[in-house]
Ligand binder design. Structure first.
Ligand SMILES: [Zn+2]
Length: 462
């Protein structure tokens, strides 16, 4: 376009930022029209809204492929994270879309009826776009898998570790080996991916019982009941069943480099398997757990510094496909138990993905910006078929996070948008900040004015 021509056809132009594209980063401008990226280049002309991104990184908005929202909760977990607070935290954290897990909400999302209940519960409350996992449980093999596909889920999720509260009707439930096998056969027919929580249920349960009976109560003792091999063994089992059934699989929140290596080798051998790790495994290590307390309890557990260093290397090597928050908060009372074994396992981290990963990865470990964009946005969008998301490219949704590098701040409870303002990141100094978040061309957060334009988000139905 000739220089100086006023093009009021664009709704928004983002000028002067360092824009992360698929294979390079460029100091350039990006234009948006009707919620889509319309042009990338210099001298794009004027627009209805102009954002000056000088000194900022313009990244695709994060696609967090592992988030738990507990709504509806049907009187059981009503004070846990909801859509309003969860998606507001997402906006503030630079996460423009996430894929919501099928558990913790009551009823769990395992068939058409429960999926419709969930969509209704989120109606009008979303600050960002939300796609859904459907659950694979021992009791939905007959018709549930197909109903969930028809209802637009992006993928499926199951637990090989024990989960769910059997005193709550409609709560989620882990698979046994048979229902995992039969479920994979059903899911293979849909062509979608099955995401798996891979920990050996029997061994971790029993080691936990023994430690508890012996009066163990620390987080260090809890970690010891979930050793590395209890992650690696079910990863192998899942890969074997995937080979047998032709089901595409993804291993969630891998916390050990041995697990990642298994997945990488299987992929080289032709198995359709990918994996994620979580921001907290890349940030916390076992040396600090009992000082932080139960707020950092999760499963698989936080591991030692050597594991963390190895996971960062595997991210650089492309062996870990993407990073998620596994945002899984609860109420403060469930974290207050004096005995770590009694506390709820789950970390509130949705709001601190982008800043922590930028600071720890790009700034401290020289992670290339292109790799950063792949692990937070491009790879999860591609893996789960969110075709309009995940990259800055003409025609894609205009979802951006503008990052202010080398800008230090301390995480405070008041700064958290979560319903329950607890997180292991509280008190931590992070040397990068989300300056602005844009969802399909609309600014939904700025550092100056906070979360805005709530209600712009939509459920993504595939
Ligand atoms: Zn989870």
């Amino acid at each position: 376009m000739p220089k100086g021509e006023i093009n009021m056809n664009y709704d928004l132009v983002i000028n002067n930022g360092l824009v992360i594209l698929d294979s390079e980063e460029l100091l350039t401008d990006v234009a948006v029209k009707d919620g889509k990226i319309a042009a990338i280049g210099s001298d794009l002309g004027d627009a209805k809204e102009v954002v000056d991104a000088k000194g900022l990184i313009v990244s695709p908005g994060m696609v967090d492929a592992h988030v738990h929202i507990t709504e509806p909760a049907s009187g059981y977990r009503d004070d846990w994270e909801g859509y309003l607070t969860g998606t507001a935290a997402s906006a503030k954290g630079g996460v423009t879309s996430f894929i919501e897990m099928p558990l913790n909400q009551v009823p769990a999302t395992v068939d058409k009826k429960s999926l419709d209940i969930k969509y209704a519960a989120g109606e009008g409350k979303l600050a960002v776009d939300v796609a859904s996992f459907g659950g694979l449980v021992p009791f939905n093999l007959e018709t549930g898998i197909q109903e969930l596909k028809d209802g637009g889920v992006a993928a499926y999720k199951c637990f090989m570790a024990t989960c769910g509260d059997r005193s709550i009707e409609g709560d989620f439930m882990n698979v046994d080996d048979y229902s995992l096998y039969a479920g994979m056969q059903e899911i293979a027919k849909t062509g979608k991916v099955l995401a798996i929580h891979a920990e050996n249920a029997q061994i971790t349960d029993k080691l936990g019982e023994i430690a508890y009976a012996n009066g163990e109560s620390t987080l260090a003792a809890y970690v010891a009941t979930r050793p590395v091999f209890t992650e690696v063994e079910p990863i192998r089992r899942a890969i074997l069943l995937a080979k047998e059934t032709g089901c595409r699989i993804h291993i969630c929140h891998v916390a050990c480099h041995e697990g990642v290596e298994e997945i990488y080798q299987a992929r080289k051998d032709g198995v359709d398997v990918t994996c994620e790790t979580c921001t907290h495994y890349l940030y916390f290590d076992t040396s600090e757990l009992d000082d932080i307390g139960n707020v950092v309890k999760c499963s698989p557990p936080i591991r030692d510094k050597a594991q963390q260093t190895a996971l960062w290397e595997q991210i650089k090597d492309g062996k870990i496909d993407f990073v998620t928050s596994d945002h899984s908060p609860c109420t403060p009372d469930l974290k207050a138990a004096p005995n770590a074994f009694d506390a709820w396992g789950g970390i509130a981290g949705l709001q601190n993905n982008v800043d922590v990963l930028f600071d720890e990865g790009v700034q401290k470990r020289d992670l290339p910006l292109t790799t950063f964009a792949k692990i937070i946005a491009t790879n999860p969008a591609d893996r789960y078929g969110l075709d309009t998301k995940g990259r800055i490219q003409v025609g894609k949704d205009a979802d951006f996070v503008l990052i202010k590098p080398n800008s230090s701040y301390t995480v405070t409870p008041e700064g958290l948008e979560y319903k329950n303002k607890i997180s292991p990141y509280v008190g931590r100094e992070i040397n990068a900040q989300v300056a602005r978040t844009i969802l399909r061309g609309t600014t939904i957060y700025t550092l100056e004015d906070g979360v805005q334009n709530v209600g712009q988000g939509e459920f993504i139905k595939l």
